[in-house]
Design a binder for this molecule. Structure first.
Ligand code: SF4
Length: 275
């Protein structure tokens, strides 16, 4: 039987496992009501995941299996804490005044916010009522789940495009690229502000043709405000070991500055604002 837990402030780098063993599988959850959900943690002072100072809520559940994922303890609902949406909303309310003053807001990340659609919908709607700027970070795989009402509660989408090549995308994530590109096109058609995020993994996603493909796809999209190049890091390596997963990137180095610059220049040369 699921037990209601406490919502913990913390860091995306904290390890959370086995907290809700009776949780459904993330591929089967149906939470249209969204009164309750599974949460990894939340951070109170991010200046990285959207404009201004932000609360970042890390929800559990993801259907991708990125080989460089630094939060594999967000993949399964059973590793998250079962909380009510009202708990989250009440906690958010205590920060709302400060967030508005500092031109910030709420970002829901994960995991994948669109796995728990009803739960994240409720929280975003409440955040909007508080006058907060609202964002999600998503891979776009489940973009079709987000109806127009859901999108209307978002001021920004942080969209992870992990590759432009279907074979590389599948090798990196275990899933198809096409839904992400369709979601990106839908966001462009509606003019929804987007920051595209690209994780740069030496020897894996750094192929010039791969970068070029993303750059050419994104450049015509007027709604894309930034392309953010995120150098791969090893901060999540210990989680793979702790969970007993086979971590294939154990020997992969972080992207050196000259490689980051080459990739940034590729995006800029294509006409993207990149940083
Ligand atoms: S989409 Fe994000 S949370 Fe899911 S596996 Fe990939 S990096 Fe991890």
């Amino acid at each position: 039987m699921l037990r209601l837990g406490n919502l913990e402030a913390g860091s995306r780098h904290d390890l959370h496992v086995g907290i809700s063993p009776d949780a459904p599988d993330e591929s089967e959850i149906r939470d249209e009501e969204g009164a309750f959900g599974f949460v990894h943690s939340y951070e109170t002072a991010s200046r990285y995941d959207g404009p201004g100072l932000r609360i970042v809520l890390f929800v559990s559940g993801c259907l991708l299996r990125c080989s460089y994922c630094h939060n594999p303890d967000t993949w399964h609902l059973k590793d998250g804490t079962y909380v009510s949406a009202q708990q989250v909303i009440d906690r958010l309310g205590t920060f709302a005044g400060a967030l508005r003053t500092l031109d910030g807001g709420l970002t829901i990340s994960g995991g994948e916010p669109l796995v728990q659609l009803g739960f994240t919908r409720r929280i975003l709607a409440a955040a909007k009522q508080m006058g907060l700027h609202c964002a999600i970070e998503t891979s776009g795989l489940l973009g079709e789940r987000a109806d127009d009402r859901y999108l209307s509660s978002l001021d920004l989408v942080l969209l992870d495009i992990k590759s432009s090549d279907p074979a590389t995308y599948r090798a990196v994530t275990g899933r198809d690229l096409a839904p992400t590109l369709r979601f990106a096109e839908r966001l462009a058609a509606t003019g929804k502000p987007v920051w595209v995020r690209f994780t740069l993994v030496p020897g894996f996603t750094d192929d010039p043709a791969n970068v070029e493909g993303i750059a050419r796809f994104v450049a015509p999209m007027k709604n894309v405000e930034w392309v953010e190049v995120q150098p791969f890091h090893q901060l999540g390596a210990f989680k793979w070991k702790a969970i007993g997963l086979d971590y294939k990137l154990a020997d992969t180095q972080s992207a050196p500055p000259d490689l980051v610059n080459r990739v940034l220049e590729q995006f800029r040369a294509a006409g993207c604002r990149a940083r």
